[in-house]
Design a protein around this ligand. Structure first.
Ligand code: WQD
Length: 340
């Protein structure tokens, strides 16, 4: 069986490709335009799995080029759509780039899913769809608050596009997976997140400060109404996220699902503060991190973490990797990058 992964050269896409190769007999093909990744990722996938995959370098906003992939691969049974821009701050500064890329790419994927009758779709959504929500942990039925950024809004719109599309295509099915905060790197230390620019996210900022690429980490505020004043997030290892994609595809393939479009949280269910994350990193790395407490960052919510009961119930999925091992894997990857 053939699976098309869009964004297969990216952070979560490459880890999911590795998980599929190592746990199923499915064939993976990838589409990626390297806007936030590099072709070298495919070499790292081959290095880890011993398998090379067929890949296409094209922009999903080009419908004709995208359709050509489906014409050449008539046996695709599932699509995992990762490809999207995902930097919250950048989306505030450049909203149209996010609306153009994230919405039109998804729209073209849905057009191809209908035109080529591809039965199964997994859509990469995000906890940012919840906005500034106060009843925690959040469940999939929680009322979504206003999106705090254009990036988050593209994920809210994306879920609605999938929902409306599936309603009028009764033979097609989809799952939208809401990732909380994906962090960490492959256990081999040979694949991880490649920040093409100065990282926005906490964990790459921690590891780059620890390795000396950046000189100091700023904690964005310690005056929130939380256990230690810093923001709470639900950090989840990227390989746990990847494993959930295999289970979600198997669920779509093996069951007439309860709903033809399921929405599922992917989080550990545990809220962790910024300071707790820093302390875990210092403990496992043995590195004393240079950080200061600074001002709050616009757009940050004080706390968000998942109720993950639905993923346990219908996917039989649980997160397995601890915060310490998330930090250790991220540190090993940063050290690998420094040597190569
Ligand atoms: C985490 C916490 C910061 C950097 C975003 C998206 C989400 C997902 C993950 C795609 C916050 C604090 C950070 C720093 C800090 N992306 N921080 N100093 O904003 O929770 O989520 O990325 O799927 O959809 O919204 O992640 O890692 O940027 O921040 O104190 O230098 O770390 O204030 O509290 P965020 P983050």
């Amino acid at each position: 069986m053939k699976i098309l992964i869009t964004g297969g050269a990216g952070y979560i896409g490459s880890h999911t490709t590795i998980e599929i190769i190592q746990n199923t007999d499915w064939e993976v093909i990838s589409i990626d335009n390297y806007s936030n990744s590099s072709q070298g990722t495919y070499d790292r996938i081959q290095n880890i799995t011993g398998k090379s995959i067929k890949y296409y370098n094209l922009d999903l906003k080009d419908l004709q080029a995208t359709e050509q992939v489906f014409k050449e691969n008539t046996d695709i049974q599932g699509i995992i759509h990762f490809a999207a821009f995902k930097a919250v701050g950048e989306s505030v500064e450049n909203p149209l780039m996010y609306y153009d890329n994230n919405i039109n790419s998804l729209n073209n994927i849905l057009k191809c899913q209908a035109k080529f009758d591809i039965p199964n779709l997994i859509f990469s959504s995000s906890c940012s769809v919840y906005g500034n929500i106060d009843q925690l942990p959040v469940t999939e039925n929680s009322q979504l608050a206003k999106a705090e950024s254009p990036y988050a809004y593209t994920k809210q719109i994306g879920e609605i596009m999938v929902d409306d599309f599936i309603k009028v295509n009764p033979n097609l099915k989809a799952i939208s997976l809401r990732y909380f905060n994906p962090v960490g790197a492959h256990v081999s230390g040979l694949n991880g997140e490649l920040s093409t620019t100065t990282p926005n996210n906490l964990v790459p900022f921690i590891t780059q400060t620890a390795i000396g690429k950046l000189d100091c980490l700023t904690v964005f505020g310690d005056d929130y109404n939380t256990k230690d004043g810093t923001c709470i997030r639900d950090y989840i290892h990227v390989s746990d996220i990847a494993n959930a994609h295999v289970l979600a595809l198997q669920y779509l393939l093996n069951n007439p699902p309860h709903q033809r479009h399921e929405i599922i949280n992917l989080g550990t269910g545990v809220g962790v503060s910024v300071l707790e994350t820093i302390n875990a990193f210092e403990k496992v790395s043995g590195v004393k991190l240079n950080y200061t407490i600074g001002e709050r960052r616009a757009g940050d919510v004080a706390a968000i973490y998942a109720n993950n009961e639905k993923a346990k119930k219908i996917l039989n999925w649980t997160s397995k990797i601890s915060l310490d091992n998330m930090m250790l894997s991220a540190w090993k990857w940063e050290q690998f990058l420094a040597k190569n």
